[in-house]
Design a protein around this ligand. Sequence first.
Ligand SMILES: *[C@@H]1O[C@H](CO)[C@@H](O)[C@H](O)[C@H]1NC(C)=O
Ligand SMILES: *[C@@H]1O[C@H](CO)[C@@H](O)[C@H](O)[C@H]1NC(C)=O
Ligand SMILES: *[C@@H]1O[C@H](CO)[C@@H](O)[C@H](O)[C@H]1NC(C)=O
Ligand SMILES: *[C@@H]1O[C@H](CO)[C@@H](O)[C@H](O)[C@H]1NC(C)=O
Ligand SMILES: [Zn+2]
Length: 955
Amino acid sequence: MAKGFYISKNMGLAGLLMGTVAVVIIIALAAVYDKEKTKNQNKPVDGVAMLTTASPTTSSTLSTPKDPWEHYRLPDSLSPVSYNITLWPRLVVNASTGLYIFTGQSAVVFQCKKDTDLIVIHCNKLNLTLLNGHHARLTGLDGATAPTVKTSWLQVKTEYLVIQLNGKLTAGKSYRLSTDFQGELADDLKGFYRSEYTEDGGKKVVATSQMQATFARKAFPCFDEPAMKAVFHITLIHQRGTVALSNGRDVDGTEVTMTRFEPTKRMSTYLLAFIVSDFDHITGSIENNNVRIWARRKAIAEGHGNYALNVTGPMLKFFERYYNASYPLSKSDQIALPDFNAGAMENWGLITYRETALLYDPAISSVGNKERVLTVVAHELAHMWFGNLVTLRWWNDLWLNEGFASYVEYLGADYAEPTWNIKEQTILNDVHKVFAVDALASSHPLSRKEEEVNQPDEISEMFNTISYSKVLYVLENLLQQGFLCSRTSPTSYLNEFAFNNTVYSDLWDHLQKAVLTTPGMSLPHTVHDIMNRWILQMGFPVVTIDTAMGHITQKHFLLDPDSVVDRPSPYNYTWLVPIKWMKGGVEREQHWLLQETGISNATGSEWVLANLNVSGYYRVNYDMDNWERLLNQLTTDHTVIPLINRAQIVDDAFNLMIYYQVPSVLILYITRYLSQERDYIPWESALRNLNYYILMFDRGQAYGVLQGYLKMQITPLFEYFRTITVDWTRVPTGHNDQYNQINAISFACRMGVERCRVLTSDWFREWMLNPDHNPIHPNLKKTVYCNAIAAGGVEEWDFAWQMFKNATVATEAAKLRSSLACTKVPWLLNRYLDYSLDPAKIRKQDCTSTINYIAGNVVGMPLAWDFIRARWNYIYTEYGGGSFSFSNLINSVTRRFSTEFELKQLKQFKEDNARVGFGSGTLALEQAIERTTANIKWVAENQEHVMKWLANECT
Ligand SMILES: *[C@@H]1O[C@H](CO)[C@@H](O)[C@H](O)[C@H]1NC(C)=O
Ligand SMILES: *[C@@H]1O[C@H](CO)[C@@H](O)[C@H](O)[C@H]1NC(C)=O
Ligand SMILES: *[C@@H]1O[C@H](CO)[C@@H](O)[C@H](O)[C@H]1NC(C)=O
Ligand SMILES: *[C@@H]1O[C@H](CO)[C@@H](O)[C@H](O)[C@H]1NC(C)=O
Ligand SMILES: [Zn+2]
């Protein structure tokens, strides 16, 4: 391209400056849409959002629109080949508009696939400069003549720039479309946006980007669909002294004010990234010298990027071996941003993170903070191949992209930290979490039809917990059949589709091929048959093994079996379930369950245990005799039962109990073995489930005995940790032991173990006497602060408040803020509630979560409920439009509700404030009423049995 777009340095600057004083600027957008969007944004990392995301709305295409620009999907007549993009973000406010802005020029070369006189290209919120009276300039390439532009306009609703031509573009020919534009560098976390922070006393501004899923069109006009892959030639213009980063390696050096990047590989728009900042970085050792970690200068100087750098090199090597394909790019940058919406984003070659997901400070961060860095980095690096090199054709298949990355993430993390046994945690973090949502009648299948997912809102609804976690376990079913060892299937799949797009069934094809070509491998059904049942119907089965009759059945598991499923399934809610099982401690031959089948060797007097190591995505129920045999085994020698299955037995029993006639005392029998349990996974599983009992009983007369009983169960664990830490002078070395120690202390204190109270109060006192020297280990801070404040009075509280105000590290401030809600002193709690609405004391973004913490405290709950009711009008008007999340608020305040009186109050509250409204809490309020009703029923049915059993057990 001779007279190409590529501007010389001087020319380019002049040209771009022109943009700012441009003659005619067109408004590309109405701002209304945006607010809606933020409200519906699903953040998979946020557990509470799950329930509301379980049921995506279906497309509301009542009448079929006629014109191509009214469709949300691009026509298939044009296909992009390459782009040249120059962007110039300004990190100071523009004097004439009062906004932070960026200017840009873009030229896209595209090929015409079908004759057409129409160009439809995505463009959102950009002010386009008119070129010869039109929004864009069209040039024919390689001898093609471009028709002249008849008319052009911005179609705001579908986010298009539409250009009608006077003649046709010819199939097979290539053209170039050029645009000049100006956009706002807003603080909206979308497209090209700005992030702010203070350092060395001054405000600093970063220009950064988030394109997934549909925001690249807000940075430059583009064919913004994942299958519209192209090569991108990117140039960033920026102030001297700042650094520009993008997907490729810079080719001009960083000392110039215009940084040009090598052309990218053929890639999707949603994986682009542009960043201008004055951040600093660290670089890996010689063999990893293309690996860099970027962050605020201070964070880098203090070494907070070191951990991420340490694990990235080995993980990239691991993934290269796993995928049997070398890292596809010339460099790997990872950057921590002060403002970032999701947890992290896998932009190809320039991964963006929240600070908490990339930075780690050994002196202040806990073991949980460290593990988060490890797993998020592993997840994003896994995407560099699966997702980025090979991309799903459309967003309806997002579940495969995320599910596969979530699966491989554990392999990578396990490789980098082999002693952490990180795979064990998948049962807590993935299986149990998804079970909770996928057991509702309102759940949805993983896979949706391509035509059901069109609009940006429908696309963002695909990012929910089920997408991320379910497929992981389903794949595990298959991968454990030997794919993992052969590894041939991901490799051949990646090879065939590199730099290209696929649909999910392509992966099944490759898996099936691997089955047929791997010696000794066989499956009773095709991969398609097995997998499609898991992805095309929602939910999962409960498998029942009757050891008396010797048969085995399956049934769609619903938390409430009376709920109505109005979504038909092509497979009638039956699955091909791999049954791995053992009897009397010996593994038996695997079955595949579809219809009721005999399993005669399951009978007898020895216990039977199915879903060995929880390799399958299902629950298991047994006849009562077998439950009793399992209980016996747990109480006599629990170690015979695999660790993961101990956690699973606990979780299955609790969940089956709620509605499946497994008596509630069975659960209590199961908890009896806990006094001998020393491992984290089963304890954590039990604690999460016991929490429901505690919430239901902690204000009633049954609580005394329940607490007494649980104190008996936790004391041995507490003492165990006291011993192995030599009277609390060190922390355990095992990764999961560290989590378990935190649990032991916090649960022991909660159940009133006196030595625990003394321990935490003394530690805290020591800190109070010498505020500059905090003696509490980072892992234990949160629980020690909380319990010391709970046991203490105003002196402890005021000290913690002072420390909160002085805290400079975000994680430390967060630990103190939650602990301040632990006090049992009503006037302190009321004062703290008042503080929560005072932005000078508690930042606006932290208001709801502070009230939530207070409501979590049994003393604080009624105070928070009164507080909210008294000030609903004020809270709603002051915080209604902002980050104030009403659904979390309503959930946490009403979680314990279990009496007719509370139900009445709740209904009254709904009535009284009907005129004010509940905003994003509307659905939560309905759910709270439903849940309270269910709780009343549960307490009525169980309280007496539970009390009787406990009274018996405690004497
Ligand atoms: C972009 O610039 C490169 C290098 O100058 C040139 O080879 C290429 O043809 C240009 N592409 C477009 C789309 O203008
Ligand atoms: C785009 O144009 C509109 C109307 O002139 C103006 O209000 C807005 O500030 C412009 N945006 C930018 C980023 O220049
Ligand atoms: C990173 O690795 C180096 C060298 O092995 C080690 O000294 C350092 O402690 C590690 N840093 C972190 C934060 O793990
Ligand atoms: C992408 O895949 C499709 C379908 O398999 C194939 O027709 C096309 O040639 C591929 N494109 C590239 C650039 O590899
Ligand atoms: Zn991901």
